[in-house]
Structure formats: C-alpha cells, structure tokens
Design a protein around this ligand. Structure first.
Ligand code: XMP
Length: 559
C-alpha cells in the first residue's frame, strides 16, 4: 500500500520523485503507471462493495458527481482529495473520479494527486481541475487560458466514439467553467474532443486515464449522464449492483450482526429519514426495536395522529407516543431568538427522550436517521471554515451520558436513495415522498415568541396551504411549501370595517437538496386561491405575501 502522507505534499509534474512504502526505491508517476498491476495497491476487505471513489478538490459540484454515479446504479463515495488509501479499504474500488476545484494546479500549495490513484492501475476520470491535475502529474503542462470558458460550449469529438465517448453524438453541448487549460498533453495521451476555445476538451490514454474539461454532472451537459455511464460500464467495468433491494438485504444482515439480541430504540420525528431508518431496523430485529415519538406541540395539524397511525397501524411497530407539548412550550416562553429556540427545543427533546428510554429498561442501541449529506458535512467541517448559518439539530441526538451504540443505516444514502429504500420497504407514498419538515417544527415558522395562540393561527393557515398545493397537484414538484406567521400586523378592510391582523408569508421552493433553492413560480390563480382562503378562513389574518427570495441569499425557513 502506498504511503500517501510522505508523497502527497511534493507531487507536481512527472519529473517529481515520489516514494512508495515497502519499497525504498524512488519512482516517478510514469514509472509507477507503467509498472502497475490493476487493483494491486488497494486491497479491499472481503465483503467490500464495488465502488467509485470521487476525490473532492473543492468543486461545488462534487456531491452532485457522486449522486449522478449512484443514479447510474454504481455505489460512489466522496472523499477529500488527501484521503490516505488505507481509508478506502472498506471499498472494492473500481475507479476514481477527480472533481473540479477552484485552485490552479500550478499554484503553490494547490491540492495534489495522491500517488495511489495512478499507481493502482484503475481507471481515472479527471473533471476540469481533476483533468488538469492528471495532465500535470503525468508529465503534461497546464497554463492560464487566453480566453476563459464559462457556460455553454459545443464540443466536437476528434475520433470515433468509443470507451468514454461511446454512443455520443459527434458534436454536443456541454457546460464549461475554467480559466486554465492543458497546453501540452502528457506522454501517451491524445486529445479526443475539442471546442472553439479548448483544443483539448477531452483527453485519453490507452490505459483508462481520462480527462474532460467540461462538467458532465450538471443538467446543462445533456449527454453528461451517458458519459458518466460510459466511464462506469465501458471503462471501469462496474456491474451496476447499487439497488435499493441489494442495499436493504445488506443492511438487514449487518444490523442483525451488530445488534445480536440487544434492545434498540429509535426516535421518530414523522420525517422520511427516521421513518425509513426505523422500518429498516424493524425488518432486521423486529420486536427488539421500540420507537419513541415525542410530540413537542410544534407539529402541523393532525401530524401526531398520522405518525401514530402509520407506524402502529400500517407497520405494526411498537411505538410510544409521548405528549410533551406543555414542557416544550414552557421552555420556549418569551424566547424570540431563532438559535435559542433551536437550542431549547434540542435540549428538551433529549431530556424527554432520555427519560422515556430509561423507562424501557436495558437498551443497548439507538437508531439515527443520519444521511450522507450530514456525514459529508461533518467530515469536511474540520478543514472547511464555512460560517455557521443555523444549528440544524438532528432530532434524536445521542444523549451524552447514555451509553448507547449508534445504528445509522442510512448514513451512506442521499435523500432520493432514502426514498427509494422506503418505497421498497413498503412504506406508504404519503410518508416516503413527504416534504421535509424541520426538527424545531413550527417554532421557527412563528416569527418571534411562540405561543399556543400563534401556533394555532399558523396551523390553520398552513393547512390551507397544504390543501391547495395538493389540490393543484404540485406538492411533489416542490421541495417545501408552507406558511410563516410573521410578527407584523397590518391594516385591512373586511366587510365595512377596519381590521388589524397578522400577515402570513407563503414560502414555496424548488430544490434538489436544501443547500440551494429557488422560489417556486406558482400559477397566479393558485396563489390567489391560497391568499383568499387564508384571509377568509383564518380571522386573525388579513394579509398574505409570497416570498420571492431564492437561497442564497435567503434561507428556506425564515428563522
Ligand atoms: P434553511 O432554512 O437553512 O433550511 O435554508 C434548509 C432545510 O433544513 C430545514 N431546517 C431544519 N431542519 N432542524 C432541522 O431538522 C433545523 O433547525 C432546521 N432549520 C431548517 C429546512 O426546513 C429546510 O428543509
């Protein structure tokens, strides 16, 4: 196995010397590449799943590349670019993708290529920065482009389409975003596609090292998915075994192994993640699982009943329903700061949950609905100085002084994969495809102090929003749609009298994940009926406004 810690800092061009462990000889990339034996340097664990490793060089699209690969039925993991090869031994790596990134390969301290990538002999696809890095590491030269290329471009393939370019048209639109370009190809490479401004829009050698200057993962490259599939199946020889059914089978097996005859608890929030996690664990260990649903008094209308019916009725899962509304509302009295609301709700939740769990007896494990974006976010938070915008407390957080082991069956899944697993497990569509709902619930949609009266007003307005959004059949097109009770009162005229009532804000957004979002262009007639119904049916409200802020600069929730 290659000792990456020693080598990674100094690698630049093919002339640079790098050292491999267990081998005192000093080699160049090219020598290693020539001497390689496929797979030799990455020894997977016996039951490791087939996977593509996406090395992250800081592109905003890195996670998207990983998702696109998985959509093609191949398991992919996103890893920081300097991940040591030992950390990949849980995978049977079939190939690497090097993401784009904001740096220039010739910058001092720019991220480098871990030697094991080329040395493994496995196929490599470099995208944008990844391509330039591959070129430079293998003896080519990269320089600033005389004309930067941002946005749409058209590429023309320079040779008959095969391998990476299998089944692609001779010319096709792509999405570019680069200021550097390859001015000299590494030995053994040829340009296989060009655009007006890039003589080398794609490069290839004969041993599966490939580079593309454009982004196949974004929708603006319409043939991008086909290109990624080509890499997976034509070049890397993946089998495409990443399916919901395989995942469930494997997850049930490992959960049974982990739990043995221990007792497990799970906090249900009513959201899709905890629902799918609980159902999966229930499929594995049956009655050894007890679910706890803490009603914090901050839920939407009829939500507690729905959760109880689904789990006790439909899924026959042992569910304890705890009504703790009074306690949560007492803890929120006079609190107006959004972060204080989140912290108070989080703490109260843990106290209530802990008391309930202790009542169950000898519990050994706790299930959490952690998903892959949470894992990636916490993995990168050590190196990434991003500003904290909101504390998104994960309902079900592990109480500090309870010695429970974690079960996180969804920790490698994206939201759409969680939904597919939920569907395969037989959860009702209503649960699987529901819009996300924040842990602190309506407390962060009542602006300012949270009172029972305000929650009641918001629930009635929110019900109308949901009702009309579903009537108009746009519920599943929207990431989220909800009402916010602002703390602004406005003057109105109803009948012949003056009113002074609350202003409700309507928030409806589209998104692929919650990192970015756009306000939904809902039909005027739909907006009109929602507004009319709220003002007519909720007497405390006399005005409705529609939030037309995207994220960024806004956030989805108002608090
Ligand atoms: P923002 O408002 O940050 O929301 O754009 C992004 C997504 O996260 C949800 N959200 C939360 N979820 N605890 C949660 O569990 C929170 O404190 C929280 N705040 C926001 C929000 O509904 C959206 O889906």
């Amino acid at each position: 196995m290659v000792d990456t810690s020693e080598a990674s800092a100094t690698v630049a061009g093919s002339g640079d010397r790098i050292r491999t462990s267990g081998d005192s000889e000093v080699s160049t990339y090219l020598e290693i590449a020539e001497a390689r034996e496929p797979g030799q340097l990455l020894t997977p664990a016996p039951e490791a799943p087939e996977a593509i490793v996406v090395l992250d060089y800081g592109s905003q699209f890195s996670m998207l590349i990983t998702r696109r690969i998985r959509e093609a039925g191949v398991y992919a993991e996103l890893a920081p670019w300097d991940t040591p090869s030992e950390k990949l031994s849980h995978l049977k790596v079939k190939g690497f993708v090097l993401s784009g990134g904001p740096a220039s390969v010739y910058d001092e301290g720019a991220p480098t290529l871990p030697p094991y990538v080329v040395a493994s002999g496995l196929p490599v696809l470099g995208i944008c920065y990844g391509m330039q890095l591959l070129a430079q590491s293998l003896g080519g030269r990269v320089a600033p482009a005389s004309r930067r290329e941002y946005g749409h471009a058209v590429i023309t393939l320079s040779e008959p389409a095969h391998g990476l370019l299998h089944d692609l048209p001779a010319t096709m639109p792509v999405w570019m975003s680069h200021a550097d370009r390859i001015v000299e190809l590494p030995p053994g490479f040829r340009s296989v596609a060009h655009s007006d401004d890039s003589p080398i829009a794609a490069m290839s050698n004969d041993t599966g090292c490939l580079g593309i200057q454009f982004h196949p993962e974004v929708v603006h490259t319409p043939q991008g998915s086909q290109l990624l599939r080509n890499f997976l199946f034509e070049v890397a020889g993946c089998s495409g075994d990443w399916t919901a059914a395989n995942f469930i089978e494997e997850s049930i097996r490992t959960t049974r192994e982990q739990v043995g005859d221990g007792q497990v608890i799970c906090a249900l929030s009513g959201g899709v993640d905890s629902a799918v996690a609980a159902t999966l664990v229930h499929a594995a260990v049956g009655d050894q699982l007890t679910c706890i649903f803490v009603d914090n008094g901050l839920l939407r209308a009829e939500e507690p009943e729905r959760v109880v019916n689904t789990f006790r009725g439909h899924m026959s899962i042992d569910l304890r329903h705890i009504d703790a509304a009074d306690r949560f509302l007492a803890d929120l009295a006079e609190v107006t700061n959004p972060e204080t609301k989140r912290i108070r709700i989080g703490e109260t939740f843990i106290r209530v949950f802990e008391e309930q769990a202790r009542g169950i007896g000898d519990v050994n494990y706790i299930v959490q609905g952690t998903t892959y974006p949470d894992v990636i976010e916490s993995a990168s938070s050590g190196t990434d100085a991003t500003a904290k915008i909101k504390t998104h407390h994960n309902v079900g957080g592990l109480p500090k002084d309870m010695e429970l082991s974690l079960i996180e069956p969804l920790r490698n899944l994206f939201k759409d994969e969680v939904r597919r697993v939920g569907k395969e497990l037989g959860l009702p569509d209503e649960m699987v495809y529901r819009q996300p709902f924040p842990g602190p619930g309506l407390a962060i949609r009542v602006i300012g102090e949270v009172t029972r009266d305000k929650l009641d007003i918001l629930r009635r307005a929110d019900w109308i929003v949901m009702d009309e959004i579903k009537n108009a059949a746009v519920y599943y097109d929207l990431w989220q749609s909800f009402a916010v009770l602002t703390d602004t009162r406005t003057v109105g005229v109803q009948g012949d009298g003056r009113t002074y009532g609350f202003c409700i804000a309507l928030r409806c957004v589209t998104a692929e994940d919650a990192m970015t979002a756009d306000w939904a262009r809902l039909p005027y007639d739909l907006l009109s009926v929602i507004s009319r119904r709220i003002v007519n049916e909720v007497p405390e409200v006399n005005r409705v406004v529609y939030d037309i802020t995207s994220k960024p600069p806004g956030t989805i929730e108002w608090e």
